[in-house]
Structure formats: C-alpha cells, structure tokens
Design a protein around this ligand. Sequence first.
Ligand code: SF4
Length: 213
Amino acid sequence: MISGIQHFVFCPRQWAFIHIEQSWKDNVKTFKGHKFHEKVDDPYAFEKRGERIISRSIPLISHKLCLKGISDCVEFHIRNDSLGVKISGRDGSYDIIPIEYKIGDIKNDESDISQLCVQAICLEEMFNTKIEKGYLYYGKLRRRVEVVFTNELRENVKSLVEKMKYYFENGITPKPCYKKHCKNCSLYDICLPKLNCKYDKVKNYINSHIEDS
Ligand code: SF4
C-alpha cells in the first residue's frame, strides 16, 4: 500500500508490524491523524475553483511498482497549451498536482515527501504524463509546502519500494533499533525496542562465547 511508505521511512519494523503482522495500535497522535483524514477524504468531492479542478480520494495504482492506494487530493491545473492531460467531458489540457494532508508539522525525515512522490509516480503511470511537483498541507502550519520530484527523490523512493517488497514477500520483520523516535511510536509496547535490543546483545554475547570455547 502506498501509505505504507511513510511508516517504512519512519521505521521498517513499524511498517512490518502494520503491513505484515497486521498489528496496529493508535496513540493520541495517530488517532488525531485518522480524524483529520476523515474530514479530508470525501470520495464524492469534485469541485472547480477558477482554473483548477479539485478531486478527492482518487484510487491510485502503479503496475510497475506493484502499489496501490488512495490520494487525499489531486488538483488539475489548466494549461495554456495542449501538452497536459485531457479530462473526459472537460475542455483544455491540465497539469496534475498531488496533494497530501498532514495534521502536524513538517517532519525531520522524508516520510511525507516519499509518500507524496510515490503518489506522483502512480499518477504519471495512470495518466501517461510527467508530474514535476506536488504539495504537502500541514494542519499545524495551515499552509502548503511545495515538493519537487527530483530524480534523486524518485530513485530513493523506488529503492524503498523494492526493500518493502523484499521484506513483504519474505515475511521479514526487521529487528528493533531503539532511537529517539521510538518515544512517538504507537507500537512501542508491542515492539519493546529497548528490551529486544538488550536481548540481542546478550544472545550475541553468549553465541560468541560458545563459538570461542
Ligand atoms: S518502537 Fe521504535 S523500533 Fe519499535 S517499531 Fe516503533 S519506532 Fe520502530
């Protein structure tokens, strides 16, 4: 699933708990996030504002990446030429701009950017077009932040998707690695990162002494 990439960037183990082991537990932060998205996700919303057509909850798919999901919002901006995509029943040609809504603030990692980029890659494949940029709307900032889909970002996203596929197909849940961000993880009690890290260290210590003796 497309939305999984944000979990994978945050922590591959968290992603595996959710998408391989089907374990999920909300905390206050994730609960607020779901509520925020309930307001945004309206599959019947399709409106025209000036030169823009706004569509919400468009199903997305990429056969090349073997991914699917739902967009928060896709805007179609009219162009002055005929080089954009055509929309059935509408005149003109359009640029496609994906938009993803986030309840909080800009993050220190690339989870949101990667999620938006993978949406753009799906839309490019679906509409046979090129998408240069998209926007992340942050509820806390009450504004959009532009994201340019550079080649570097695209390659990074494709490599993340390959890793996700490998873990998924082989049913691998990566080992825990305790970091600062674990404090914000709703799956902390399932993961027990500190305990599992200690257990691994003890296990390695015992194994090395068994091999030495
Ligand atoms: S507690 Fe830390 S290591 Fe465990 S799943 Fe969450 S972020 Fe990953």
